[in-house]
Design a protein around this ligand. Structure first.
Ligand code: RAM
Length: 893
């Protein structure tokens, strides 16, 4: 049997640096071309040197041979790990009784600074220029002398603000680091291995500081939310080949000057004056005699924590698809895709010439840029040419959401090569793929992934273009499950849950944006306008729903343990704020941006309250907290009884009678079996009465197609998916959407653009339908009993209107795949692939089910579904689906 141990990870990452978790978790995958491969035992060796590891010595930890099929989240249990040190590990895996053991390749990870006293650097900044309204981005430099050949050099760096770090002229940092946290509480530190970049003798370290979230504009709130101006903090730990060590830190001996970035702000854009460039300022030997000494920040009371968030990077580039000259002599480019990031410009011209790049999502009917929906945001970058040849420019500390770019002041005739789009986001690896026979469905899936790509930037932001870009928790929770199928968001959400916990109020309330960014203060004002509440239903609940989602999709128990108390406090808070388990109808966002349907706020809030309690029941059970489990289950029972009593009438009509009240009550399990039938019928009735249209907003939409599918209306789920008339997903696509819009009516044939005060064309919330596409249409479902896809439940839901689906998902074990096809005569062909060391239950719909491998089925649903237990490998099945005629449509399912 050929078995390979691949893709070894530490804390979800390949060879991470600078960790500060004292017991990192180890992961590996097993690849094999055989079926039914599962791990029977493993042995891990951890060593402080590569050499001893190669001799099979694990002096830090030798787990010994353990009879276990666990291959993810194995907690390090060796000798205490030291600060600023490298470790090496490998694992030996046994699969099946007689097979010989297989070793992985050696892996490295490094520990960061583990104690407060280990931080020796000082925070350095540059005093603001009182004469300037917008401040230039300061440069910092320091020349260091390496006394001998360098054996190991690790730099730990962060900023209050955002930094770009260079060593001997080369950029070593990612974009927008250290990322957004509540800087009053914590700041993330990045570690970079710069061994190969240093040499004996003189070396230069350079850094540029941007305002970022720290002192730049945050959302529509204000600027300087956390501080007046940015500061840099860095320590470089060097070990020489002769065994000696040296530490270089930011302190009063560094030098600072301003540079060509005259201002750069997320919301206000950038001005870059190339005539003010300082050549080779980041190299050794540069004359910095006219630079100033930095000013030192007295200290920092927050925590310095190892970065959890995935680095922000340029992940792809896009070429424009067309360019058009306007009457005013400017040029408007179409990137062909609503994207997030910026454009790089190539230009040649006279010194001092100013070229502007202006970015917008849409065009006005007259062909000009539609800028109104940006509100106060200025998505413009200005470049002042140095002169004397071809120059390239891209901005540094800003980003934009756009499809169209207007080039203003360009010297000469630009063409399609003049600009190039750079797509920027938190670099979360693509985890899923989904293709169907229907090009519109494929486009919808593409739009969903672009929504995620554009908005997952340090935190899950609501939108990337206007003066907002906040970590709205309600948006994040409704989309969280879809997000996990699309990309590996394990650490992205771990970081975000940390932000939510940091923002949790003393009362226990989880906020509706995280990091809070002064929003709570701002909201006092808003509350008077009766718009917002301190504990918005469906927003605060993210504090429970997202950790559970991470557990389900990655099997991460630690996230539940770490945040357990905070989650309990949320439920206790809700209990204290409810009236006999009914949450009152005070101001909140309701089913935000629903269309032509008004879900009563008490119904909605009580439903979400019940769901949070239910999830807490599952979480406490997972953690073996039996008393709490009983308590939360009882709480859920009480809330659902109160819900039925207060809101459900004898015909099973739920107060408000919107699609959202029905789908939430059904999916959260709030109804009696009889009421479920009634509710499903009322839901279907409402959809039909609207001409097969939906009316759900952010909170209902994610549950709409699942509710229909689970309660006997799969045909309606497909009808809504494929609906092209307003309001629907396909309506936006028919009108050119390349991302998910914030509102169903962002633009309509009858009204044109919605009110510009809130009209984003890149908002992922309504894209939560992606969850249904994977879990129901393709049928790739996680099993809470064996989370992280250790055991998968594969249950496709075909309907002849989409004749084929191919979906894959890369779990921590490997690639899971489902392919199905419906033939014209209703034949159903299914092929599933399950990675090694996992199992799956495959439910095959239809009659006359045949499995290629002659597996023995068990039958459910009156022989309508045959179920098979399979091990790893690829398995094929066929069956015959029923053909029915409904509303004039032939439905196969
Ligand atoms: C707007 C955005 C955001 C939503 C809040 C309630 O700011 O639509 O996505 O969560 O409202």
């Amino acid at each position: 049997m050929s078995v390979v141990v691949t893709d070894c990870r530490t804390e979800y990452l390949t060879e991470p640096l600078g960790l500060d978790v004292l017991q990192p978790r180890l992961f590996w995958k097993i690849a094999s071309d055989e079926r039914h491969v599962h791990q029977s035992a493993y042995r891990i060796l951890v060593s402080a040197s590569r050499d001893s590891l190669s001799r099979d010595v694990g002096e830090m930890w030798d787990s010994g041979r353990l009879e276990s099929d666990q291959s993810t989240h194995i907690t390090y249990e060796g000798t205490a790990l030291a600060s600023d040190t490298d470790y090496f590990w490998k694992v030996c895996v046994w699969t099946g009784k007689d097979s010989s053991p297989v070793w992985s390749e050696p892996q490295r990870w490094s520990m960061g600074i583990l104690s407060r006293t280990g931080w020796k650097a000082q925070w350095i900044g540059r005093k603001a220029d009182p004469g300037l309204e917008k401040q230039p981005a300061p440069l910092f430099r320091k020349e260091i002398h390496a006394a001998a050949d360098v054996k190991r050099a690790m730099v730990y760096v962060t900023a209050l603000g955002i930094y770009q770090l260079r060593v001997n002229g080369e950029i070593v940092s990612h974009l927008f680091a250290p990322g957004w946290t509540d800087y009053n509480k914590r700041v993330q530190v990045q570690a970079f291995d710069v061994t190969s970049k240093l040499h004996q003798g003189s070396n230069a370290i350079g850094a540029i500081l941007g305002e970022g979230w720290y002192s730049g504009t945050v959302g529509f709130l204000h600027d300087k939310v956390y501080g007046e101006r940015p500061f840099l903090f860095l320590q470089l730990s060097v070990e020489y080949t002769d065994g000696t060590k040296e530490l270089f830190v930011t302190d009063g001996s560094w030098k600072t000057a301003d540079g060509p970035i005259r201002y750069s702000d997320f919301i206000k854009g950038e001005l870059y004056d190339a005539t003010a460039e300082r050549t080779e300022w980041d190299e050794a030997g540069y004359d910095d005699a006219d630079w100033q000494l930095p000013d030192i920040r007295p200290g920092y009371n927050g925590l310095l924590t190892a970065a959890i968030e995935p680095p922000i990077r340029i992940t792809r580039t896009l070429k424009p698809i067309s360019v058009r000259k306007t009457e005013t002599g400017t040029y408007i480019y179409d990137m062909g895709q609503n994207m997030v990031g910026w454009t790089e410009l190539t230009v040649a011209g006279e010194r001092g010439t100013k070229v502007t790049l202006s970015h917008a999502e849409m065009l006005n009917p007259d062909g000009t840029l539609y800028l109104e929906n940006l509100r106060e945001a200025v998505q413009q970058d200005h470049y002042i040419l140095n002169g004397g040849g071809e120059e390239r420019y891209e901005p540094h500390f800003t980003f934009h959401g756009f499809r169209y770019v207007e080039l203003i002041g360009y010297p000469g005739e630009p063409d399609l090569d003049t600009i190039i789009g750079k797509v920027v986001h938190s670099d979360t690896a693509v985890a899923g793929s989904l293709t169907t026979s229907d090009p519109m469905v494929n486009k919808l899936y593409s739009n969903i992934t672009w929504g995620q790509r554009g908005n997952f930037l340090s935190v899950p932001t609501d939108c990337p273009q206007r003066d907002e870009r906040l970590g709205w928790t309600g948006d994040a929770q409704i989309f969280a499950r879809a997000a996990t199928y699309n990309m590996d968001v394990s650490r992205f959400f771990e970081k975000f849950i940390g932000d939510m916990i940091d923002a949790q109020q003393p009362s226990g309330a989880f906020t509706d944006v995280a990091p809070d960014a002064g929003w709570i203060r701002h909201k006092m004002w808003n509350t008077r306008l009766n718009w917002s509440a301190p504990d918005n239903a469906g927003w605060g609940d993210a504090g429970v729903i997202i950790p559970w989602t991470v557990y389900l999709m990655y099997g991460d128990r630690r996230i539940l343990e770490t945040h357990y108390d905070a989650m309990v406090r949320w439920i206790e808070y809700l209990i204290s704020m409810s009236d006999h388990f009914v949450r009152p109808a005070y101001a909140n966002y309701g089913d935000w941006l629903s269309i032509d349907a008004d879900t009563p706020k008490d119904v909605l809030a009580t439903a979400y309250f019940a769901y949070s309690a239910k999830v807490m029941g599952l979480i406490s059970e997972t953690l073996g907290k039996t008393d709490d489990k009983r308590r939360f289950d009882q709480c859920f029972a009480d809330i659902s009884a109160a819900f039925r009593q207060a809101f459900v009438d004898e015909q099973g009509r739920i107060h408000g009678e919107t699609q959202t009240v029905y789908v939430l009550a059904l999916q959260f399990g709030l109804l009696t079996p009889e009421q479920q039938l009634q509710a499903a019928a009322h839901l279907a009735e409402d959809i039909r009465a609207r001409g097969n249209r939906l009316s759900t907003g952010f909170l209902g939409v994610g549950y709409l197609l699942p509710a229909l599918t689970d309660h006997g209306h799969l045909d309606l789920a497909y009808t809504l998916l494929l609906q092209e008339e307003f309001p629907s997903w396909m309506y936006s696509i028919k009108h050119g959407a390349t991302t998910i819009w914030e509102r169903w009516d962002g633009w309509t044939e009858h009204n044109g653009f919605q009110t510009p005060s809130m009209n984003s064309f890149n908002h992922y919330s309504l894209g939560s339908v992606g969850e249904w596409m994977f879990r129901y249409m393709a049928g790739l479902e996680a099993d809470p009993e064996k989370p992280g896809f250790k055991h998968a439940v594969i249950q496709p839901h075909p309907d002849g209107r989409v004749t084929s689906v191919q979906a894959s998902y890369d779990s921590l074990y490997g690639r899971h795949e489902v392919r199905w096809e419906v033939t014209e005569s209703g034949g159903f062909l299914l092929q599933v692939t399950v990675p090694a060391n996992t199992t799956a239950t495959v439910h095959v719909p239809g009659r006359n089910v045949v499995s290629e491998a002659s597996l023995t089925p068990s039958y459910t649903s009156g022989r309508r579904t045959a179920s098979f237990q399979v091990g790893s490998g690829t398995w094929a099945f066929t069956s015959q689906l029923a053909r029915e005629q409904r509303d004039g449509i032939v439905i196969i399912g």
